[in-house]
Design a protein around this ligand. Structure first.
Ligand SMILES: Nc1nc2c(ncn2[C@@H]2O[C@H](COP(=O)(O)OP(=O)(O)OP(=O)(O)O)[C@@H](O)[C@H]2O)c(=O)[nH]1
Ligand SMILES: [Mg+2]
Length: 316
């Protein structure tokens, strides 16, 4: 089994603790299917395809996985349940292709910006507070910009978090142009530097043209103030909304240069397979998963942790 490349140095136990709180129904479904294992045949592969589709892997990616698995089984004369699981893990690793995911390169003493985008209620503001806490715990200084000027109460929500976490939050008036708040924020943090600025944005789903126009403008004004920024534009996707949520999120993917995904609400009815669909269909890495409303309920994503939770039960 190709478990796993470059991130071995991390503490896997701490990591898995986060995952164990996340729902694991791709794993549960695999366990159920492989529990009755009596040989590899077309029926098994057909049932496996259904399991993947039901677990939100998406039809295209699921079919690709089954094709790759079939080839591997033939090439390597695989006949056992363990052989089948190992081959499936290999195929899933190949689909996710973690080795080609660029490392995040935040540096202490140099300012970078993460701009958070995503549909209403997908978890942007909550994830920003979790990320702030996470990066503070890792020794970075953090500042916030409340550029969601659209929804009443959105600014207050972020300001309350900023107060709790003792970081500065730049705000604008309700209904102000979000780009002008971003400019104010960039200028404030030029005078009062932090390592990571995280900007909240409005999640309303306009038509694609408007969304594109607004996101393009936001990115441009930030770039004008701080060269090369925002270097990260992260999209929050509510993992409980499955393929439906994914197609809404796709509007944002088409509208701007998303660099990563925060997969939220993994403690809910999420089926987990969406990880593979997002990476395969949009070539976007999952940067973090969140799994609860508490501030600590966030963990950096990496493939080994994910695949272990998917396969561990099936192996036993
Ligand atoms: N169970 C659970 N709930 C979450 C998680 N992340 C966010 N939520 C909840 O989801 C709801 C929406 O989260 P927000 O962070 O306000 O979402 P948003 O994207 O900022 O929404 P808008 O500002 O309306 O665009 C809140 O009730 C959060 O508490 C999570 O990981 N698990
Ligand atoms: Mg919000």
């Amino acid at each position: 089994m190709r478990l796993f490349g470059k991130k071995k140095e991390r503490d896997l136990d701490t990591y898995l603790e986060g995952y164990s709180k996340s729902n694991n129904s791709l794993g549960a479904k695999l366990t159920a299917l492989l529990g009755g294992f009596n040989g590899i045949d077309d029926d098994l592969l057909e049932e496996l395809l259904v399991v993947l589709i039901e677990a939100d892997v998406g039809v295209t990616t699921s079919e690709k996985i089954i094709d790759m698995l079939k080839n591997r089984i033939q090439e390597k004369f695989i006949t056992t349940k363990q052989g089948c699981i190992d081959a499936l893990v290999d195929v899933m690793s190949e689909i996710y292709d973690e080795e080609n995911v660029p490392e995040l390169n935040f540096e202490k003493g140099r300012t970078a910006m993460i701009m958070m985008v995503g549909v209403n209620g997908s978890g942007k503001t909550t994830s920003i507070s979790k990320l702030t806490d996470y990066y503070l715990r890792h020794g970075y200084t953090v500042g916030l910009i409340a550029a969601d000027t659209f929804r009443a109460g959105a600014v207050d929500q972020l300001v309350r978090w900023a107060e709790r976490l003792n970081v500065h939050c730049v705000t604008g008036r309700e209904n102000a142009d979000p780009s002008s708040v971003l400019v104010d924020g960039c200028r404030y943090f030029k005078e009062n530097p932090v390592d990571i600025i995280i900007a909240d944005t409005a999640g309303r789903l306009q038509n694609k043209q408007n969304l594109m126009k607004e996101l393009t403008k936001m990115k441009k004004v930030v770039g004008r103030e701080m060269e090369g920024e925002p270097s990260q534009i992260w999209l929050t996707i509510d993992s409980t909304t499955g393929q439906n949520g994914l197609s809404q999120a796709a509007l944002f993917i088409e509208a701007t240069d998303i660099t990563g995904v925060i997969l939220t609400k993994m403690d809910g009815t999420s089926k987990g397979g969406i990880v593979l669909a997002i990476k395969d269909q949009y070539n976007l890495p999952i940067r973090f998963i969140t799994y609860g409303e508490e501030i600590e309920a966030i963990t950096e994503f990496y493939l080994e942790g994910y695949l272990r939770t998917v396969i561990e039960e099936a192996e036993s």
